[in-house]
Design a protein around this ligand. Structure first.
Ligand code: ISE
Length: 324
């Protein structure tokens, strides 16, 4: 039987999730879409039911599982509604707009006794990050000592406010660094460049590794994510994110996309397939609600420390057995 999936929010990410469900996911199909703008929802619906109220989509009998891709501030409430209905949910990152809300979701899932939430930290499904993690696990570069991350966007989306460079963008590096290294972050320092950008964040892990990250949200030239993992006997770095290189007008090279969708298209595809398989088999996949809580908690503590001009000693509540 094909899993009937409802997508909430049909902006850039929701439209891509809907497209993947229509065109590229075996064992599932797009059953419903919801958006406050019904015209925008209808444009990606491809015959699926259209809702303007996301809670109605979650409650709908014809929806078995939900994808949340609406604005960050809505994630907590909508993910709760999914838990109440016992419906598996792939929730875009961040899991919630505040740490308190993310923790409440973790507690609700623990009370339920089963994992229904997968958080959309899709870099875990990116083939390049996968190879880097493999290099750590198979010992190819020796024990990791340092991870360099670069996270550049062409320009901040118009909905960016406050500390979103940390709570909406840098959360990716928190999650992928924990996943790549298999470590927890203990401490973080942050400095800003001229005019407030870029941000340079340095974190130290429980194994003593250093994680450095440049977060440059208005980098102008395009969308560029890069990482290099440094081990005791070698390093592994991402190669250029392009299939071809062009020679023209005295130059050799490739273009940069304007946003993250082309760069991570394969990761989004694999993430959706993993979500559908996890629902079929009843086995969780990808980032858990706990991982979502950790990323938001670290980002929030870092933002607070930055505002107060101090280092952040990172604190997390203990993880429940459900996530071990
Ligand atoms: C956006 O929401 C993403 O998830 C992108 O991957 C990230 O680069 C961007 O900064 C976020 O706003």
């Amino acid at each position: 039987m094909s899993l009937r999936v409802g997508v909430i929010g049909t902006g850039v990410m929701g439209a891509e999730h809907a497209r993947i469900l229509c065109e590229e996911t075996r064992g599932a199909h797009l059953a419903a879409v919801a958006d406050t703008d019904p015209g925008r929802a209808a444009a990606v619906a491809d015959g699926a039911a259209v809702f303007t109220d996301p809670l109605e989509l979650i409650a709908a009998k014809g929806v078995d599982a939900v994808v949340i891709a609406s604005p960050d501030v809505t994630h907590g409430t909508l993910a709760h509604a999914c838990l109440e209905r016992g419906k598996p949910v792939l929730c875009e990152k961040p899991l919630a707009a505040t740490t308190a809300e993310a923790l409440a979701l973790v507690e609700a899932e623990v009370a339920l006794g089963r994992r229904l939430i997968q958080v959309g930290y899709m870099r875990r499904f990116d083939p390049a990050y996968g190879e880097m993690r493999e290099a750590r696990l198979n010992g190819a570069i020796g024990a990791p000592v340092l991870l360099h991350n670069i996270h550049r966007n062409a320009q901040a989306p118009e909905w960016f406010t406050g500390a979103m460079a940390l709570t909406n963008s840098f959360v990716h590096e928190i999650d992928i660094s924990r996943w790549l290294l298999g470590s927890e972050m203990l401490r973080a320092d942050i400095v800003a460049g001229p005019g407030g950008e870029p941000l340079m964040v340095t974190m130290t892990t429980d194994k003593g590794e250093i994680v450095s990250t440049e977060v440059f949200i208005n980098a102008a030239y395009g969308y560029h994510v890069h990482a290099e993992l440094v081990g005791r006997s070698g390093t592994v770095a991402m190669a250029a994110p392009a299939l071809t290189a062009t020679n023209r007008a005295g130059t050799h090279g490739h273009g940069w996309p304007n946003d993250w969708v082309p760069r991570f298209r394969e990761a989004y595809r694999r993430q959706m397939r993993a979500f559908v398989r996890s629902v079929e088999r009843g086995e969780p996949a990808g980032a858990s609600a706990w991982d979502g809580y950790v990323a938001s908690a670290i980002a929030e503590q870092l933002a607070q420390a930055f505002a107060e001009g101090r280092s952040a000693e990172l604190r997390l509540v203990p993880a429940a057995d459900l996530y071990r």
